[in-house]
Design a protein around this ligand. Sequence first.
Ligand SMILES: *[C@@H]1O[C@H](CO)[C@@H](O)[C@H](O)[C@H]1NC(C)=O
Ligand SMILES: *[C@@H]1O[C@H](CO)[C@@H](O)[C@H](O)[C@H]1NC(C)=O
Ligand SMILES: *[C@@H]1O[C@H](CO)[C@@H](O)[C@H](O)[C@H]1NC(C)=O
Ligand SMILES: *[C@@H]1O[C@H](CO)[C@@H](O)[C@H](O)[C@H]1NC(C)=O
Ligand SMILES: *[C@@H]1O[C@H](CO)[C@@H](O)[C@H](O)[C@H]1NC(C)=O
Ligand SMILES: *[C@@H]1O[C@H](CO)[C@@H](O)[C@H](O)[C@H]1NC(C)=O
Ligand SMILES: *[C@@H]1O[C@H](CO)[C@@H](O)[C@H](O)[C@H]1NC(C)=O
Ligand SMILES: *[C@@H]1O[C@H](CO)[C@@H](O)[C@H](O)[C@H]1NC(C)=O
Length: 380
Amino acid sequence: MVAWLPGALLASRALAQVQDGLNNSTAANVRSRLIESARASWELGTAAEALTEYSWPALSVFERSAFPPPAHLNFSLNATDVLQIAVQTVSTKPANSLPLIANQGSAADPASIGVAVLLANWTRPDPSTAAFDNAASGQLEHLLHDVPRSAEGAISHREDEVQLWADYVYMVPPFIAYYGALQRGNGGRALMQVAYDQCRLYREALRDSSGLWRHVALGTWQDNSHWATGNAWAAAGMLRVLQTLNHSSDADFFTKQQANLTEWIQEITTTAWSYQKSNGALLNVIDAPTSFADTSATALLASVTYRMATLTNDTSLIPVAEKAFAFVKDNIDGQGWLRGTVDPYAFHTPSAPDAHSPEGQAFVLLLVAARSAWKKFISG
Ligand SMILES: *[C@@H]1O[C@H](CO)[C@@H](O)[C@H](O)[C@H]1NC(C)=O
Ligand SMILES: *[C@@H]1O[C@H](CO)[C@@H](O)[C@H](O)[C@H]1NC(C)=O
Ligand SMILES: *[C@@H]1O[C@H](CO)[C@@H](O)[C@H](O)[C@H]1NC(C)=O
Ligand SMILES: *[C@@H]1O[C@H](CO)[C@@H](O)[C@H](O)[C@H]1NC(C)=O
Ligand SMILES: *[C@@H]1O[C@H](CO)[C@@H](O)[C@H](O)[C@H]1NC(C)=O
Ligand SMILES: *[C@@H]1O[C@H](CO)[C@@H](O)[C@H](O)[C@H]1NC(C)=O
Ligand SMILES: *[C@@H]1O[C@H](CO)[C@@H](O)[C@H](O)[C@H]1NC(C)=O
Ligand SMILES: *[C@@H]1O[C@H](CO)[C@@H](O)[C@H](O)[C@H]1NC(C)=O
């Protein structure tokens, strides 16, 4: 019962709901813990994207300046931390491996580093260096020609059998779309269409009547649950494809595709947040009341929500994003570790008390970047 509260008190309550951002020292700690913990292929790819959006937004697909990137980076726009991931990956890749990291089992995860490798190629100081071009084109060729596909044409998430994971949507289509946007011309347009079609085919296979996506379909085992991180990967991956198409020189060819991607992302955000807990959290299985709260998926889906509000000027989900942001912020400890994550290697158990989620660290930076872009948008 708040009806009796005088106006001034109501106003101060409303103001109290406006969250302060993460201060720079907290964000810097989150970033340091990300860089020291990311090891697995998809963690490195996600870290590269998060570092780009957080520190070098002019190079990220969320800005028109992404295409083409500068041919040479300078002291103040150097992307050193992103390029480090590309250099490390390409210099340790066995010469006979087309995937950017060999023998992963996952056909999708190594490709997540592809955007950083393409940026390293584009901005390389020595034009005679072919290593990044070769590595990126090898990874693309492998995806398009070697990896098994579903009957409908979805490229498998796994090397050894056809199995579709929601995670794939963040690992593969953003790389293929970025590759196409850099190539331009008929070949580049064809690749951007492939990236879109892969999103479409994965949605057709994984989305069910709830409006949410199942985690894993086809193959020797399935995970039919509406895994929060899987839904967030799918929404965030489609968002990167949407922005790549939108900022490419061929955006006009992809009007209908952009409209569909927008709708498919909003389908996930709207449905998922309808299950948001009062403390701002998403549950690890979004619609399973006995599941546990997961800070990582909450962070990634909130980042998508701020980005979508910025693109569409539809603010209806901003209050839930602000609540999610406050929840994530409250779960960052003094060293910059995100607490209360799902164990990213087990999917359905919380992280052990002494363990951390490298992808969760990246999701916090994606959230900080998305929220800053939103703040910038509303302040004109
Ligand atoms: C940043 O925020 C954290 C947590 O809210 C706080 O402990 C710390 O003192 C702040 N640092 C600065 C420099 O304001
Ligand atoms: C925080 O970081 C941003 C981006 O690097 C910078 O623009 C801003 O000045 C910093 N704020 C403070 C208080 O140092
Ligand atoms: C660095 O490069 C960016 C992008 O090309 C440019 O906007 C910026 O002015 C350059 N900065 C300096 C100090 O040259
Ligand atoms: C890269 O840029 C950052 C921020 O602009 C700067 O602090 C750093 O010294 C630069 N590093 C290199 C190696 O140029
Ligand atoms: C690598 O960069 C060059 C421009 O320096 C570009 O012509 C080439 O297409 C790039 N390779 C890839 C795979 O994007
Ligand atoms: C967009 O989605 C609608 C409905 O799912 C579909 O009929 C249409 O073919 C899609 N458009 C494109 C360009 O894929
Ligand atoms: C890019 O997206 C915006 C919405 O964010 C839309 O208004 C605009 O028409 C799109 N541009 C192109 C060229 O497709
Ligand atoms: C966004 O929506 C608000 C309120 O509906 C409106 O005042 C503003 O002009 C819009 N901004 C843009 C960039 O379309």
